[in-house]
Design a protein. Structure first.
Lengths: 200, 263
């Protein structure tokens, strides 16, 4: 479940402008009072990024829709647990991510742990790789989508949600070295996929 | 940071969030939240006011505890009255009655003895006044239906502070024959308070060998340690040597004899 005190909470909260923070605090206060406007405004504000985050992990849109609803429902139900009212967005985001990971586990998707035996495939990208990223967002999206589920989850959490690798390891119940190795492999695969696409 | 992929994602972050959330979700969410708040204890408010709820529970719990304490304090006298306190009260009122008519009480009540004619009236009388004035001691001591009644009778004897041959005989009978060990021990206790009475020593000496309850027998042996009576010594030897004596009783008897340097 989402923890109101998130490590990256303050980081994300810092991105908010003071007026946004004030507005968010007011909206959360409205939710505390049970006002519908508070719920609706917060949903409208965060539904899209949360939905996209879920869809990046759960490809199935029908299931993503359910997780979106559940995440907001639990966020609103447990809003009294939110200690920093200005970080509602981060909170609901984390709830959604945790629920998505739980959903993957239910689908028997295992995040395998290398047990630190494998050495991380460090760096070593060819210079050509930099040029590849002149490509379109859609191509990158597709390349990521083609990754195996484990790689895709780690890559998405690290790249899009900005979660540190140590924290990803904790969320998935695997070691930090495994996360690092799998991330580099995922990245290699994406680059390779983009290369293939452009060399066709 | 040599991570072109991360760089690319950062540069085009917004472009990656192109999917629009399904339109029906907000409506369903609102319905769900409304349904929740329509419940007697809405989840949101319910959880928000958890502190208040806990306080309410604490108040309720303390009220309950208070009620129980009040009940025990004010009504407590009645609860044990079924057992012991009533026993304590009764003897004070009825002791004189017994003392005034000890002979009639002895003659009329016991089942073993032929009932004397004039006393049935008294017996009926006691039946009529059963609630205010309980049955005579002998009747109560012979009441096989209630150990507490017998205990009450023994306590009454003890509190009256008077003892005579008949009461001693009744107590001895109770000590040797009663079906309840506690009643037997109570009778022994009363007898032990009149240890200076030679009749009591005789009764104890007789009871020592005839006693079939090891607990009571042990009690008698311990009391016998304070007595200097020939009959007691013989009884102690008999108990100590009897193969049927309970081991603990035997040990105690030996200990008493050893202590008195009679071995």
């Amino acid at each position: 479940m989402g923890n109101p005190r998130l490590n990256n909470e303050s980081r994300k909260g810092d991105h908010l402008q003071p007026t946004d923070k004030k507005e968010e605090i007011e909206l959360v206060a409205l939710c505390h009072q049970g006002h519908d406007t508070g719920f609706t405004a917060l949903y409208n504000k965060y539904a899209r990024p949360v939905y996209n985050a879920i869809c990046r992990i759960i490809s199935h849109t029908g299931e993503a829709e359910d997780i979106l609803q559940e995440s907001f429902y639990h966020a609103f139900s447990d809003i009294h647990r939110l200690q920093n009212a200005a970080s509602f967005g981060s909170w609901v985001h984390r709830i959604a991510l945790n629920r998505s990971i739980t959903h993957l586990r239910k689908r028997k998707i295992v995040f395998s742990d290398n047990g630190g035996l494998e050495v991380a495939d460090e760096e070593g990208y060819d210079l050509e790789a930099d040029n590849l990223f002149d490509c379109r967002v859609e191509d990158v999206k597709q390349a990521i989508e083609q990754l195996p589920q484990g790689y895709k989850t780690i890559l998405n959490l690290y790249l899009f949600e900005d979660i540190p690798q140590e924290e990803i390891a904790g969320m998935l119940g695997i070691s930090h070295s495994t996360v690092r190795t799998q991330y580099h492999r995922a990245k290699k695969k994406v680059i390779q996929s983009l290369k293939d696409r452009y060399h066709e | 940071m040599n991570d072109p992929l991360k760089k690319f994602v950062k540069q085009h972050r917004e472009a990656f969030d192109q999917l629009e959330p399904p339109t029906g979700v907000l409506q369903r969410l609102q319905t769900q939240l409304q349904a929740e708040s329509a419940r007697p204890e809405p989840a949101t408010k319910h959880r928000i006011s958890w502190g208040h709820r806990r306080t309410t529970w604490l108040v309720a719990a303390s009220l309950l505890i208070g009620l129980v304490c009040a009940y025990l304090l004010f009504d407590g006298g009645r609860i044990p009255s079924h057992n012991e306190p009533q026993i304590v009260h009764q003897p004070v009122e009825r002791a004189p009655l017994i003392a005034e008519t000890p002979v009639t009480a002895q003659a009329e009540i016991p089942v073993e003895l032929p009932a004397a004619e004039p006393q049935p009236q008294e017996a009926r009388h006691t039946v009529v006044h059963r609630e205010p004035a309980p049955a005579p001691l002998a009747v109560r001591l012979a009441d096989s239906t209630s150990a507490s009644t017998r205990l009450a009778a023994i306590l009454e004897i003890e509190q009256s502070g008077r003892i005579d041959g008949h009461l001693l005989a009744m107590l001895s009978e109770t000590m040797n024959r009663d079906g309840n060990t506690n009643v037997r021990l109570a009778a022994l206790d009363v007898l032990s308070r009149h240890i200076d009475d030679p009749q009591v020593a005789d009764l104890l000496a007789t009871a020592l060998t005839g006693q079939d309850d090891p607990l009571v027998q042990l009690g008698i042996v311990r009391i016998a340690a304070q007595l200097d009576h020939v009959g007691i010594d013989e009884a102690l030897f008999a108990v100590a040597r009897s193969p049927y004596t309970f081991e603990a009783v035997k040990d105690e008897a030996y200990a008493v004899l050893l202590y008195q340097e009679k071995l």
